[in-house]
Write a protein that binds this ligand. Structure first.
Ligand SMILES: Cc1cc2nc3c(=O)[nH]c(=O)nc-3n(C[C@H](O)[C@H](O)[C@H](O)COP(=O)(O)OP(=O)(O)OC[C@H]3O[C@@H](n4cnc5c(N)ncnc54)[C@H](O)[C@@H]3O)c2cc1C
Length: 472
């Protein structure tokens, strides 16, 4: 019996449940398949850097699979709609009697997999689907009333107990019977995507790289509570692109964190806080599955649909380019534009600035992030944006609006990060970076080429409060 493993955002050999199960069950060899779907990726706003990162990881995956005598074949199929025919045709061509895959939970992906499964099963190709992407399967953490948790803290309490049930990793897949099929070459270009600015110095591909990052981070995980909010240092794991592409499994991360935490999942300290971040990742996926409208451009809090967002293309452009006149906001946006990644503290600051101070629709920002992030993930990105815009699950009230100057004073006190991203401010004394009046005076005095405030802080804040208050 020969099996087909369809890889998607699970680009790894180690601890990959679908691959492991296929390798365990097959007697006539295993073939890997990856479908390049350019039109669908465009429709989903997948970033150029993310697609390029997928390709780099496919090359590593193909080499790893080859050692197990599993060829990785790559096919192009513009949209999800054509996949049932295409996957089935592929399975038949290579005489595969089973299809193995890890589940994905976004609306289009769920529908895609159901359609492929139906087509295969009709043609007597058995389909085996596995839960692998988050710890606890969506729908399994429910309140006493059988509802999903819409607030993180009680979710986390239950998650702590349940996640350990899913922590066991898969052993390394065994070497397969040779199938005499060549692996496909990895394309270096994909129609519609531009890889010229990709930072391969920052984002090296492969499971080895992901594991090295995890090991390095595990050694300093105890400092995470203090270090995680300081953008000028590497105080976080920088694993999000690898988790998003499935180059590392969440289980591998949790095992390392629990080991660093003397075998405990909770109990305070840096490791516990980091485990919380993994739980947030699960939480937003669970919310997306329980409430699919959030992934279809709808707010979680329905009453916020009536909010009158400003449609200022000019202000949006200033935000996108990092030209708002607010140093910490500009530094964050420039980090995103230059590297394809942004520090979590700055994601919150920039997202709140757009949706509150500029009163621009969170969906505009969500889309811009998705189009530029190497770790773009629908559930996490949507969750982060709706949190910042006060339209989401969070209980934080709308009147909590970050003051960008207090944020930079707290998290970039010496202006190290700001000056790295905004070199035109290098000669400004640090106190002026965190004080609007001193900033304007210094910019004038030193004749710096730095932008005026896109909106005065107080004016923007009051405009946002008024708009939210009018919702009643
Ligand atoms: C507006 C906004 C948009 C965001 N968009 C994304 C996105 O598209 N993809 C993404 O992976 N994360 C997103 N995040 C969450 C978070 O900013 C990143 O996961 C984090 O900055 C990645 O860096 P790291 O790997 O060093 O994180 P670490 O601090 O080392 O955390 C470890 C892992 O936990 C997960 N994680 C951490 N924080 C969160 C969170 N708040 N929500 C969900 N998962 C989390 C990530 O997988 C991360 O790699 C967003 C946050 C905000 C506020």
């Amino acid at each position: 019996m020969r099996s087909l493993v369809w890889f998607r955002r699970d680009l790894r050999v180690v601890d990959n449940r679908a691959l492991f199960e296929a390798a365990k069950a097959s007697t006539g060899g295993v073939i890997g398949l990856f479908m390049i779907t350019p039109a669908q990726w465009k429709e989903h706003d997948d970033a150029d850097c993310k697609v390029r990162f997928w390709l780099d990881n496919l090359a590593k995956l193909s080499a790893g699979l080859n050692k197990l005598r599993i060829p990785l074949r790559i096919e192009i199929c513009d949209s999800f709609a054509d996949l049932p025919t295409k996957v089935l045709k592929f399975a038949k061509k290579y005489k595969c009697s089973s299809l193995y895959l890890n589940r994905e939970y976004e609306v289009n992906e769920l529908r895609r997999d159901d359609d492929v499964a139906k087509a295969c099963e009709r043609a007597e190709v058995a389909v085996h689907r596995f839960h692998d992407r988050v710890f606890v399967p969506p729908g399994e953490i429910l309140t006493k009333e059988g509802k999903f948790y819409s607030v993180f803290t009680p979710f986390r309490r239950v998650w702590d107990k349940r996640a350990l049930d899913y922590i066991e990793m898969c052993p390394k897949p065994k070497k397969q019977t040779a199938v005499n099929i060549e692996p496909s070459p990895i394309p270096s270009e994909i129609r519609g995507f531009d890889f010229t600015d990709f930072r391969d110095d920052l984002w090296q591909a492969g499971e080895k790289e992901a594991q090295a990052r995890l090991q390095k981070f595990s050694k300093k995980i105890a400092d995470y509570n203090e270090a995680r909010d300081i953008p000028s240092i590497n105080g976080t794991s920088l694993l999000s692109p690898y988790l998003a592409a499935g180059v590392i499994s969440p289980r591998q991360c949790l095992v390392a964190a629990v080991a660093a935490n003397r075998g405990k999942i909770a109990g305070g300290g840096g490791a516990t806080t980091w485990i919380s971040e993994l739980a947030w990742r699960d939480f937003y996926t669970h919310v997306m599955v329980a409430c699919p409208r959030v992934s279809m451009h709808q707010p979680f809090k329905l009453r916020t649909r009536a909010l009158k967002w400003r449609k200022s293309e000019k202000d949006f452009e200033a935000w996108k380019l990092g030209q708002t006149g607010y140093p910490i906001v500009d530094a964050g946006m420039r980090q995103l534009n230059r590297t394809g990644w942004m520090h979590n503290r700055l994601r919150m600051v920039t997202a709140m600035f757009l949706t509150k101070n500029l009163l621009i629709d969170w969906r505009w920002g969500e889309r811009y992030f998705m189009k530029n992030l190497i770790d773009g993930d629908l559930a996490a990105n949507n969750g982060g944006w709706q949190w910042s815009a006060s339209t989401g699950t969070d209980s934080v009230p709308y009147f909590r609006i970050f003051n960008p100057f207090s944020q930079s004073k707290r998290f970039d006190p010496d202006g190290t990060f700001i000056k790295m991203m905004c070199p035109e401010l290098s000669d400004i004394p640090k106190s002026a970076l965190h004080d609007p009046k001193k900033l304007s005076a210094s910019v004038k005095e030193l004749s710096l080429d730095y932008h005026d405030f896109v909106v005065e802080y107080k004016e923007g804040r009051e405009r946002a409060l008024k708009a939210f208050k009018s919702l009643g």
